[in-house]
Every structure is written in C-alpha cells, then in structure tokens.
Ligand binder design. Structure first.
Ligand code: PMV
Length: 351
C-alpha cells in the first residue's frame, strides 16, 4: 500500500509586505515582512502526498484536479528535492524504508472560493512542504521547513505558522537565516478579524515574480522603502504584543500604501489597485477619522496585495460597522456573501 500523508495549510495576508528579491533562485527577500494567518478550517489548501515503489517513474502533481508539470529545476521540484534529501539522510542514519527512492503523487485542493481572488501559492506551497515532511517523518522544525517553503513561494514560509508571523530577511548568502517565526499565537489577540472584499477575481496582470524583479531593477523609491521597513517591523510587532489596534492599523495601512507607491515607481509602472480599491481606502480612512474624533482611535485597517482586492482588519466589536459601511458604499448588484462560519472572517463576493 502507498505511504500517504494529508495536511492543510492556511492563507496569510501581510501587514508589512514582502516585495523584492535579493536572490531570485533562493528567494531571499530585500526586506523582512509580517503577516496574519487567516485561520481555522476555511481558506486553506489541503494536500495529499503519496509515494509507492509501484508508481510509474517520475513525480506527479495535481492542483484542484488538474495535472501540473513538475518542471525540473523549478520551484516545486526544488522543494521536493530538499525534502527528499533530508529523508535520504534519515534513511541512512536510521536504516528506514527507502521512501526517498519512490515516485511521488501529490494532489492539492483549495477550499476557498476562487471568487475570493486570493493568491493560493502561499497556502499551497506550505501544504505541499508540510505534507511531504509528514510523509517522510522528517524531524526538522517548522522554522527549518519554512526555509524550504520559502523556495517554493516566498510568502509560503509564513503560512507554516498560525497567528502573527514574521519572515526575517536574514543576512546569510545561503539563506539559512531567511526564516519565518511566529511572533504571537492567534489566541493572543482573538478579537482580530479580517474581511475580504473581492473587487475582481480576474487573474492579476503582473505576477508577483515579474513585478518584484521590475521593481528591484527600476525603482529608486524601493531603496527608500528598505530603510524604513526595519523600524516598521519592530513597531508593528510591538503594537501586536500590546494589542494596540490604533498603531497596528496605522502601520498596516502605511505599509500597504508604501508597497503600492513602489509599484507605481516601477518602470513601466504596475497598477494593482483600481478605482474601487481606492474608494475602499477613502471609506476606511473616513471611518477612522470619525472614530478618531470620537476618541476610539482607528477601528479598521485596509491592506492590498498584488491585486485590487481589499483585506480589512478590524476588531470583532467593530467588524459589524465596517461590513455595513462596505455594503452601504459598495451596493452594486450581484453581491454574493460567502460566510466562512469562523470567528468573524468573511469573504464578500463580487461587488
Ligand atoms: O510569495 P509571492 O511571490 O506570492 O509574493 C507575495 C507578495 C505580496 O503578497 C504582495 C506581499 C506579501 O508579503 O505577501
């Protein structure tokens, strides 16, 4: 019978964005980043890995039921190669069954609606790495596995952890210290909720890989950003530790805007946000202006990845108001609400 392991990994959304590689093959970032893992049972990639000596030679991979080519030397192949090597060492040390010599079959599914417009590479690669590590009974820590997931897709290294996660850029040329670590577990601040506002589920025009490369090659503003991010990393970690939402929100929104400014400073420029995205920014800023005047401080924080969809963070007590405001100001027909039946996280469908 085939050896098998099934594992699921969640999506993460960065508050301090990773944008730029200093080493494109090892995927070493130009700056550290920090994200929140959108947790529990929804918004996950589930991956089953099997190996068996009777399988036909060569590794095979299916994503959402469709077979993908595992390109030799490609990112998925690199992750498999490292994990197989670790298994080989273990077999030599402990005289274990030579699973490392068996062909692999890997099938991965995302349980979140494609209409959510979320990038699935982070959860997908994290699930792939963790399912193989489980299949091979590897003793390596989550931190060590994050070094492998990082080489599959940079942001995937953060999805191996729950809660609040930092990816340290590191200084070693071999990437051995470019590692993810949990800075606080989810239950440290359980009131934190996320609302995903789907502006478009179309595939993004410029992939993060080519966008980052263009930014590194052409943006002078990126150099300025790189001098600012270390301070932001420490202030947001502090805000999270202190559960200071006002400060968390200020840093999250500033960093999202700084990332999109750097995209605009790229040549040719990259426009990930659209008019609806900008209207969402205006709405959240206005909510925060009023809540600030009333003495509550900021109550919501928007952030945008490499696309027009907004993720709005808010504490549970304010999420009702935030959601109502989104529906009030973006009432276009065809709203599909996908309740995720989990502590406050919701996906609003197309609007
Ligand atoms: O890991 P990638 O190549 O999908 O890049 C992710 C880039 C952003 O989502 C824009 C920022 C981040 O830190 O997740």
């Amino acid at each position: 019978m085939a050896h098998q392991a099934t594992i699921s990994a969640p999506v993460n959304i960065a508050c301090i964005k990773y944008w730029g590689k200093r080493d494109t093959s090892l995927i070493l970032p130009t700056n550290s980043s920090l994200s929140i893992t959108l947790n529990q049972d929804d918004l996950r990639s589930t991956t089953t890995a099997q190996c068996d000596p009777i399988f036909s030679p060569g590794d095979k991979l299916w994503l959402n039921g469709k077979e993908e080519v595992v390109k030799f030397g490609g990112r998925t192949a690199t992750c498999i190669e490292v994990l197989r090597g670790w298994r080989r060492d273990l077999e030599k040390d402990k005289g274990l069954e030579p699973l490392s010599t068996y062909p692999l079959r890997v099938a991965s599914h995302n349980n979140f609606p494609t209409a959510a417009g979320l990038a699935s590479s982070a959860s997908g690669l994290a699930a792939l790495v963790f399912s193989l590590a489980t299949l091979y009974s590897l003793p390596q820590s989550l931190g060590q596995l994050s070094l492998v997931a990082r080489q599959g897709s940079g942001s995937a290294c953060r999805s191996l952890f729950g809660g609040y996660v930092a990816w340290r850029e590191g200084t070693q040329p071999d990437g051995s210290d470019s590692i993810a670590e949990e800075i606080a577990p989810r239950d440290h601040w359980p009131e934190m909720c996320a609302l995903i506002c789907v502006v478009s589920d179309a595939k993004k025009g410029t992939s993060s890989t080519s966008g980052m490369q263009r930014t590194v090659e052409t943006s002078t503003l990126l150099q300025h950003r790189l001098t600012i991010v270390p301070e932001r990393m420490s202030s947001i970690s502090h805000a999270i530790k202190e559960r200071n939402f006002d400060s968390f929100a200020q840093i999250t929104m500033t960093d999202s805007n700084s990332f999109h400014a750097v995209c605009l400073d790229t040549s040719p420029p990259i426009f990930y946000m659209n008019d609806v995205s900008r209207s969402i920014i205006a709405m959240v800023e206005e909510l925060n202006r009023v809540s600030g005047e009333l003495g509550y401080g900021r109550i919501a924080a928007y952030t945008f990845d490499a696309g027009p969809n907004a993720v709005i963070y808010a504490l549970e007590k304010w999420m009702g108001l935030v959601e109502k405001s989104v529906r009030r100001w973006f009432p276009q027909e065809g709203i599909v609400e996908v309740e995720l039946e989990q502590e406050g996280n919701k996906v609003l469908g197309k609007f």
